[in-house]
Design a binder for this molecule. Structure first.
Ligand code: HEC
Ligand code: HEC
Length: 310
């Protein structure tokens, strides 16, 4: 029983900020952050894994049920669903206050205080500036209601105990950096570039000294393994790239064609949300590039794709 006592003591008790209001938030700015930076809809909508890049299926945006969010090697029997974040009053966030939504996004506690599992990246969103958080919540509130009940999650031991230690008080940036590498670092955190493009240990924690060197890997539904690219300035990473090539890699993408491409059985697909990030503003891509140039170079040649069984 002692372990239970210890874990109970560890529960983060982050109160709802009842003074938080998104009424003055800029919905368009919030939509940009939600759809193209923080990728809320990618995780909170169903995805079609037969198409290149696994785009969201139409019609149910925000209604949840994407069980492959942050696909990891969880213990047998684990069932985790992304939740309905539309404004439906019964199955979504319709009855939540702005403060309750903000707390879930930045501290990882559901409306009733249930700790959320960290595949909802509230550790990253906890660093959102108050201004950006306000815009984001203002936008979330505008998601048209979709009635869609999400099944309960199943967290076997020890995850059902570990999850209680996950929520954390946010460490919000005072303001959003407006340009340069500081803005790039801020965006790369919120957009999960850092988490996806860095190797992690068995606790899913980024290995110090290896940031942005790629090789973080995931098994996708067709059985293949995809690994993130090395984005450090080393020759095995983006050493030979120019800012122009980097921006063009996103802005030159034909997203519609990509999302209509049916993948061959066992063929390459990617978890890199190219479709969402193609909508990043050029200035923001330049800021991310400027920051990437400040990251220490790490030698790591990444094999981005291995088909099932190889
Ligand atoms: C990488 C995938 C991922 C991303 C990105 C993501 N979420 Fe989540 N979110 C989840 C999962 C999975 C859960 C449920 C966790 C659980 O059940 O423990 C969740 C839970 C939530 C909840 C709690 C709902 C409830 O009923 O308790 C809210 C609110 C939420 N997310 C909003 C957002 C918003 C807004 C964004 C964008 C800023 C976002 N999420 C981005 C995966 C994600
Ligand atoms: C959900 C995980 C995920 C996120 C989030 C993510 N990436 Fe990726 N990224 C990948 C994977 C996997 C690949 C390798 C497969 C591919 O090229 O699509 C990749 C490839 C890339 C490449 C191609 C490099 C090359 O050598 O061709 C670039 C550039 C890149 N990512 C930049 C970014 C930036 C910038 C961000 C944040 C704005 C980001 N990624 C966020 C998973 C991710």
């Amino acid at each position: 029983m002692w372990i239970l006592t210890v874990l109970t003591a560890c529960i983060a008790d982050v109160p709802v900020d009842n003074a938080f209001s998104a009424a003055a938030g800029d919905v368009d700015r919030g939509r940009y952050l939600g759809e193209h930076v923080a990728n809320c809809l990618m995780c909170h909508s169903q995805r079609d894994w037969d198409l290149l890049g696994a785009p969201n299926t139409d019609g149910v945006l925000g209604a949840g049920s994407n069980s492959t969010a942050r696909v990891e090697a969880f213990p047998e029997g684990t069932v985790l669903w992304s939740r309905n974040i539309t404004s439906d009053p019964e199955t979504g966030l319709g009855e939540w206050t702005d403060g309750e939504i903000a707390r879930a996004i930045t501290a990882g506690l559901s409306r009733d205080g249930t700790p959320l599992f960290l595949n909802m990246p509230y550790d990253q969103f906890g660093q959102l500036s108050n201004e950006d958080l306000t815009d984001l919540v203002a936008w979330v509130r505008t998601l048209p209601p979709v009635r869609h009940e999400i099944p309960e999650r199943v967290l076997p031991l020890p995850l059902n105990l570990v999850v209680r230690t996950m929520p954390m008080a946010p460490s919000a940036a005072a303001t959003t950096p407006s340009s340069g590498p500081e803005r790039g670092a801020y965006l790369a955190n919120v957009a999960s570039c850092v988490w996806c493009h860095s190797p992690v240990d068995s606790n899913q924690t980024v290995i110090p000294g290896k940031e942005m060197s790629g090789g973080h890997e995931w098994v996708v539904p067709n059985g293949g393994t995809v690994r993130s690219a090395n984005l450090t300035p080393h020759a095995t990473g983006l050493g030979g790239w120019s800012e122009q090539a980097f921006v063009a890699r996103f802005k030159g993408l034909d997203v519609a064609a990509m999302h209509e491409t049916r993948i061959a059985p066992g063929g390459f697909t990617t978890l890199m949300p190219w479709g969402s990030f193609a909508g990043l503003e050029e200035d923001d891509l330049r800021a991310i590039w400027a920051w990437l140039r400040t990251v220490p170079p790490v030698e790591n040649t990444v094999v981005k794709w291995s088909p099932s069984g190889s």
